[in-house]
Design a binder for this molecule. Structure first.
Ligand SMILES: C[S@@+](CC[C@H](N)C(=O)[O-])C[C@H]1O[C@@H](n2cnc3c(N)ncnc32)[C@H](O)[C@@H]1O
Length: 284
């Protein structure tokens, strides 16, 4: 008979031996997922007997993890800004670094909502809906349109809006950047693909093999999406509006130069938790 604690220790040891970066966390998340237990159960009821089917399910999950699949792809969801967001093959796994973009633009969105009683947001390349939904969850007067070129991503974003009680303020549009977007917005936000062709080849397998290429690839210099967004942003912005984008840690000067070509000036910037340049915002 296998107990919860046995399974946890055994899984942890296998992950340590395999050199995984976060063996404790990965073991616990997979254990909880496959046995329907919580972190508290492991503390309060470590001797709980686990059914053979659940142990077998955990074994399959452990094998997938040891074969290099990211833990959140196995779980099928990832936390972002306090929300649980489902993933699909068409969506990037939202990263904690992207919370810097949310934090950067939030004061402006709050200020607009306070002044106008509403705030319209366009999230270009919405993926799971992470950025738009984080903003909606924090500012009740805001509405957002999440656009993406991947239909599958829009389905996941809509499901995430529904699951987090935000569907009545969230719409989606299938669009190549601004291609199918009409109207003007108080805030345009985006975490576009920004990896250069050269960097793509060197990405770790857990990113390269599991995040969709179109969510990563920013063209030869990584800046294609910023050019496309900067070119049409002014004609979709309300007077006094803001455009905020996530950037690669070495792209700040290039992205500022691209937006300035189209009349935008730097408004604010924010680093990620590792102290790297991560988000910039612009106004006209
Ligand atoms: C880096 S991911 C960001 C996903 C999500 N916003 C996040 O932060 O987790 C970039 C997203 O842009 C989308 N995308 C790529 N090319 C696009 C295009 N031409 N027009 C619209 N969206 C595009 C991808 O499908 C992907 O969902």
């Amino acid at each position: 008979m296998t107990t919860l604690s046995d399974l946890h220790q055994r899984t942890r040891r296998r992950f340590v031996a395999a050199g995984l970066e976060t063996p404790d966390l990965d073991a616990r998340l997979l254990l909880e997922h496959c046995t329907g237990t919580t972190r508290l159960d492991l503390i309060r009821a470590p001797e709980r007997i686990i059914a053979p089917e659940q142990s077998a399910e955990l074994e399959k999950a452990v094998e997938r993890r040891l074969a290099g699949e990211p833990v959140h792809r196995i779980l099928g969801w990832r936390e972002f800004y306090g929300m649980r967001l489902s993933l699909s093959p068409d969506t990037l796994e939202p990263r904690p670094d992207t919370e810097a973009l949310v934090d950067l633009v939030l004061p402006r969105i709050r200020a607009t909502a306070a002044k106008k009683g509403s705030c319209s947001i366009l999230d270009l390349g919405t993926g799971t809906g992470a950025i738009a939904l984080a903003l909606l969850s924090t500012v009740p007067q805001a509405r957002a349109l999440g656009a993406d070129v991947a239909q599958g991503a829009l389905e996941t974003a809509n499901a995430n809006a529904e699951a987090n009680g935000l569907a009545d303020r969230f719409d989606t549009a299938l669009s190549d950047w601004f291609g199918e977007i009409s109207g003007r917005f108080d805030a345009i936000v985006s975490n576009p693909p920004y990896i250069t062709d050269c960097e793509l080849a060197d990405l770790p397998a857990d990113v390269k093999d599991h995040d969709p290429l179109r969510a990563l690839s920013g063209g030869s210099d990584g800046l294609d999406a910023y050019r496309a967004i900067a070119k049409d942003a002014a004609s979709h912005l309300e007077p006094g509006g803001v455009v905020a984008v996530e950037i690669g840690s070495r792209q700040k000067a290039d992205v500022i130069a691209i937006f300035s070509e189209f009349g935008f000036g730097l408004d604010a910037e924010k680093s990620d938790l590792g102290g790297r340049d991560r988000a910039v915002s612009f106004t006209l």
